[in-house]
Write a protein that binds this ligand. Structure first.
Ligand code: SF4
Ligand code: SF4
Length: 443
């Protein structure tokens, strides 16, 4: 397949980043790439889907990487993975010799957070630093995660659309588990599949404890869901995600001692990015407006959460405030500044935050249990398929109430001239309701 053919099938089959913001995967294809990186870092505590999917489908995933490399003309294929994912590594090593026409190798990542931030992943396995405000292609790299690559495989080989999402269901549940879930099923049904909550009162984090958000039981699985974590309402992670912005500002004004720890451990600052949470907190808490740099440089924050969830011994909310500020600038039309990169911190390797220490700091060690990948068919009675599951323009509904659908049929079509992908139904059924936000289907 050439780039045009590959791009077309990926868009039609609805492939987006399986996790994170859901960037449409076809839009990353670029003939300037010399390296394709598979991101199998899975650096958020408690998440256990990628390593298991990798161990199960190494051949399919490597086949897809190879196809992508051939299409864009890349010569290097790197599987970025942590050394402790032994089963996944064994599965990769078995199939790696099949791709001798390219330079295929494993790139070991340190067991730290956030090694799965693609900027960090690229640095760890190639030594290249993506300039602030630029995309990985600027340094010749295309990065996809494990499940995205598996979805690319199905799109290329079987023209099979994305209709399901692997998720780890863990925390205070009876049987932590990793399942392949149909798009559109409710979080309540998902939690029941793990045997239900083991506590009466709880909150649910959708996604990892660092970058995820609190969700409702009525929310539904989308292409970017990757975990549901049940936690007590008083748990540290839950409390952090409930931070009130005004209270956070007041606390910063009264308690930030300008110690600098949040900047010292900032994952992007250590790579030479101009984001500086200490300067931002100083400026904000002092009401300083003479120098706008600490404010506008919040554009270069990756929202990894380290400054807020790990680094600050005063338990302040730097990342929450940075995110609010960054969102306000975007809304107000403030342009991202052109900046010079600084050097990579010479003692960066000694300051990286270990996965185990982070898990302990978040109070999650007791929940860090196996969540085995179980192959069962999950079929709810109704599903609510969201039309916006990715960055870019939402898909437009192309079905009407009462329509009979076949499994895999397009229910939302991507606009031809806008960034976006098609959205499909996982099951045959009848359209019960449709509007510009979702399509509800009775199975
Ligand atoms: S969330 Fe904090 S630590 Fe992470 S990149 Fe942003 S400022 Fe740095
Ligand atoms: S780590 Fe906390 S106390 Fe120290 S500068 Fe950052 S926000 Fe302030």
């Amino acid at each position: 397949m050439n780039i045009t053919e590959l791009s077309k099938v990926m868009k039609e089959c609805g492939v987006v980043g399986a996790g994170g913001a859901g960037f449409p995967s076809y839009a990353k294809l670029n003939e300037k790439a010399d390296t394709i990186i598979l991101n199998c870092a899975e650096c958020e505590p408690l998440l256990k889907l990628h390593r298991q999917v990798m161990a199960e489908y190494a051949k399919e995933i490597l086949d897809a990487m190879h196809e992508v490399a051939l299409a864009v003309g890349a010569k290097d294929i790197i599987v970025a993975i942590k050394p402790n994912y032994k089963q996944a590594i064994a599965a990769i090593e078995e199939v790696l010799p099949d791709y001798s026409d390219v330079n295929a190798r494993i790139g070991l990542l340190p067991p730290v957070y956030p090694s799965g931030d693609e900027v960090i992943t690229i640095y760890e396995v190639t030594g290249r630093v993506v300039p602030a405000g630029k995309l990985p292609i600027e340094v010749g790299c295309i990065v996809y995660n494990v499940e995205t690559m598996l979805n690319i495989y199905y799109a290329i080989k079987e023209n099979r659309p994305v209709t399901h999402k692997y998720c780890t269901i863990t925390g205070a549940v009876k049987n932590p588990v990793t399942l392949k879930l149909p798009l559109g099923m409710t979080v309540k049904e998902v939690i029941a599949l793990a045997g239900g909550a083991t506590i009466d009162e709880y909150e649910i984090v959708a996604g990892g404890p660092m970058t995820g958000r609190l969700c409702a039981e009525t929310d539904v699985v989308t292409k970017t869901s990757n975990a549901y974590i049940v936690l007590p309402p008083s748990q540290f992670v839950v409390q952090k995600k409930k931070a009130n912005t005004q209270v956070a500002v007041n606390r910063a004004m009264s308690a930030c001692c300008h110690c600098g720890m949040c900047t010292a451990l900032c994952s992007r600052h250590m790579l030479g990015y101009p984001i500086d949470p200490t300067k931002f907190m100083n400026a904000l808490s002092a009401g300083a407006t003479g120098n706008i740099e600490p404010y506008v440089n919040t554009f270069f924050c990756s929202a990894c959460g380290l400054c807020e969830m790990y680094s600050c011994f005063q338990n302040l909310n730097a990342q929450t405030l940075i995110s609010v500020f960054k969102g306000g600038m975007r809304k107000g039309g403030v342009a991202m500044p052109q900046v010079e990169m600084g050097p990579v911190d010479p003692i960066r390797s000694q300051k990286l935050v270990s996965h185990a220490r982070l898990t302990a700091r978040l109070g999650l060690t007791q929940y860090n249990k196996p969540a085995p990948l179980v192959d069962v068919e999950v079929k709810p009675k109704t599903i609510k398929i969201m039309l916006s599951q990715h960055i870019g323009a939402p898909a437009q509904a192309v079905v009407s109430r009462g329509d009979k659908l076949t499994a895999g049929q397009v229910v939302g079509a991507a606009a031809a001239d806008k960034l976006g992908v098609n959205i499909h139904t996982p099951f045959a059924g009848v359209v019960q309701d449709v509007n510009d936000k979702f399509v509800k289907v009775t199975i």
